[in-house]
Write a protein that binds this ligand. Structure first.
Ligand SMILES: [Cu+2]
Length: 266
């Protein structure tokens, strides 16, 4: 049994997740050491300061410097955790942004709402169409502006589909309140802030079907914000993306279906 299984964490399926698990493991061993240490200290105090052994209160207090040394020891270990593990992990994440751009990542906009997630794919042109909250309607739940040429081949989905072993950049946003988009098996999550789009990225390394959740209490239906995620073969992903994008282009192009497009814009 691995340490993450012992903690009840689902298995990791992303390229960077092993480092996150390692940090979680180190922190837990440290907490265990603190727990054992403080428990021993507690019982030593019970024994040493037992009222029968000390009928009269001491007004001198503690003379030894042991507790100071222990405190300094704890500070050193915490500093090692922060500077030796947490900062480098964060630095690798932040510094990899430029590198990820050069690796032809898959891009998806993730839009949270009360209570679910909708995905906006850029289509074959790789460019997201403009969106405007004023355009949100019963038939256009993300407010995509179909007068923007980049929007014509965009499509939306309620399932997140990504190709395996290719970096994915997800832009996290929300239509209403603050949510938090979390994919625990990918060891990644990001707050969804109204009016902002914040990118997060990771590389799925296994073909799996799993779920995403909202990790920020956002209302009475918060617990319903479980969404599906599928990591599939790059070939399957490409053929799916192509057919959906082509279908969207056909449906949204003004030349082929002017009435329908007008209805969508309205
Ligand atoms: Cu939520």
């Amino acid at each position: 049994m691995t340490f993450s299984e012992l903690l009840g964490l689902p298995s990791n399926h992303s390229a960077h997740g092993g480092h996150v698990d390692h940090l979680i493991m180190v922190v837990h061993w440290f907490m265990l050491a603190l727990f054992v240490g403080w428990t021993v200290f507690f019982f030593v105090c019970l024994f040493k300061f037992w009222h029968k052994r000390n009928p009269k209160a001491s007004y001198d207090g503690v003379r030894s410097h042991l507790s100071s040394h222990l405190e300094v020891g704890v500070i050193i270990i915490e500093a090692v955790l922060l500077l030796g593990f947490a900062f480098p992990l964060w630095q690798t994440r932040v510094d990899s942004w430029e590198r990820v751009q050069e690796m032809d990542p898959v891009r998806v906009r993730v839009v949270g709402w009360q209570f679910g997630w909708t995905y906006h794919y850029p289509g074959l042109d790789g460019k997201f169409g403009r969106t405007d909250a004023a355009l949100i309607s019963g038939t256009n739940d993300l407010g995509i502006d179909y007068t923007d040429p980049n929007a014509l081949d965009d499509y939306t989905d309620s399932t997140l589909r990504l190709p395996v072993n290719r970096p994915a950049v997800l832009n996290i946003g929300t239509k209403d309140v603050i949510h938090n988009y979390a994919i625990v098996p990918m060891r990644i999550q990001q707050d969804a802030i109204p009016g902002k789009e914040i990118a997060m990225w990771f590389t799925p390394v296994d073909k799996i079907e799993t779920s995403v959740v909202c990790a920020q209490l956002c209302g009475e239906g918060h617990a319903n914000m479980i969404g599906n995620m599928e990591v599939i073969d790059e070939k399957d992903y490409d053929s799916q993306a192509t057919s959906k994008s082509e279908a969207a282009l056909k449906a949204n192009s003004p030349s082929t279906a002017p009435e329908e497009t007008a209805a969508v814009i309205r």
